[in-house]
Ligand binder design. Structure first.
Ligand code: ZN
Length: 279
């Protein structure tokens, strides 16, 4: 039985957000940059995202874009994992849910936030959280969603590499430091998300067409803003609780921002050694 690994900012912080208008999620415009085709296409200057997703209605667009984000993240790790860690990547699916879902880690309902379940190797995205990101946390940018997905796939990579299991064993041996160890795992997932973001423009869809032409400074800023918004201290403050570092499980806003940025600036998952040194 695995323990689900949420992104933070779920039920612990904000309770009782009811999913009402999913469409509002995609109302804010998803203008990812146009990519130039590999050549020869009549479609001209467009990304896979624009070509495939723009014409669809809002709900389908959400689905379409998130599928492409997931494809980009997994395409990255398919190459990066053998290169960087000498291990094969195994793809993992994402389950989107809005009310409740039964998982290898037990039942989950909306409000739990996105999480990765090591027991069934699946990423679960609570669509309520996407809405919360946009509405309550003020993370309006389109790049909030790929950041969340890349963080969860970071946990999948940690699972494949054995980092997650090792961390759980350490927690059992050293329960006093259980939260600190959790923070290290979470910040490493943030850093892996940054490494993907740096390399996302090198990823292609199944037709060999680029998924992103460029990731702009603004995109990265949106990911960093999202990471900041779901820092443990920020969540405690928003919920009106005193900030208590002993309860941190995901890292402070500053730490989340720093580790995402470290992954992005180096583009190298090896630089994400949160377990090796100081945070
Ligand atoms: Zn996480």
């Amino acid at each position: 039985m695995g323990i689900p690994i949420p992104i933070g900012g779920g039920r612990g912080g904000i309770v009782g957000i009811i999913i009402a208008v999913l469409v509002a999620l995609v109302g804010g415009g998803f203008g990812l940059n146009a990519a130039t085709n590999g050549g020869g296409s009549e479609q001209g200057d467009n990304t896979s995202l624009e070509q495939k997703c723009s014409a669809q209605d809002a709900l389908e667009q959400l689905d379409c874009r998130n599928t492409l984000y997931v494809n980009s993240i997994q395409a990255y790790w398919r190459t990066a994992m053998p290169e960087v860690f000498g291990e094969q990547y195994k793809p993992s699916k994402t389950v989107f849910f809005s009310q409740n879902v039964s998982t290898g880690c037990g039942a989950a309902d909306s409000g739990v936030g996105p999480f990765y379940c090591p027991a069934d190797d699946l990423v679960y995205i609570d669509l309520t959280f996407y809405r919360l990101l946009a509405d309550q946390l003020g993370a309006q940018g389109e790049f909030a969603q790929p950041y969340v997905l890349a963080h969860e796939y970071g946990h999948h990579v940690q699972d494949l590499l054995g980092t997650e299991a090792q961390m759980r064993r350490q927690q059992q041996r050293d329960p006093q430091n259980a939260n600190t160890l959790s923070v290290k795992l979470e910040l490493q997932a943030d850093c892996y998300a940054g490494a993907w973001a740096k390399n996302a423009t090198g990823t292609s869809d199944e037709q060999g067409q680029k998924i992103f032409k460029s990731i702009t400074d603004q995109d990265i800023q949106q990911a960093i803003d999202t990471a900041e918004k779901i820092g443990d201290d920020a969540i405690q403050q928003r919920s009106g609780r005193p900030v208590n570092p002993d309860e941190f499980t995901h890292g402070t806003s500053e730490q989340r921002k720093q580790w995402f940025t470290k992954g992005f600036s180096t583009g190298d998952p090896k630089a994400c050694d949160t377990f090796g040194g100081t945070l």
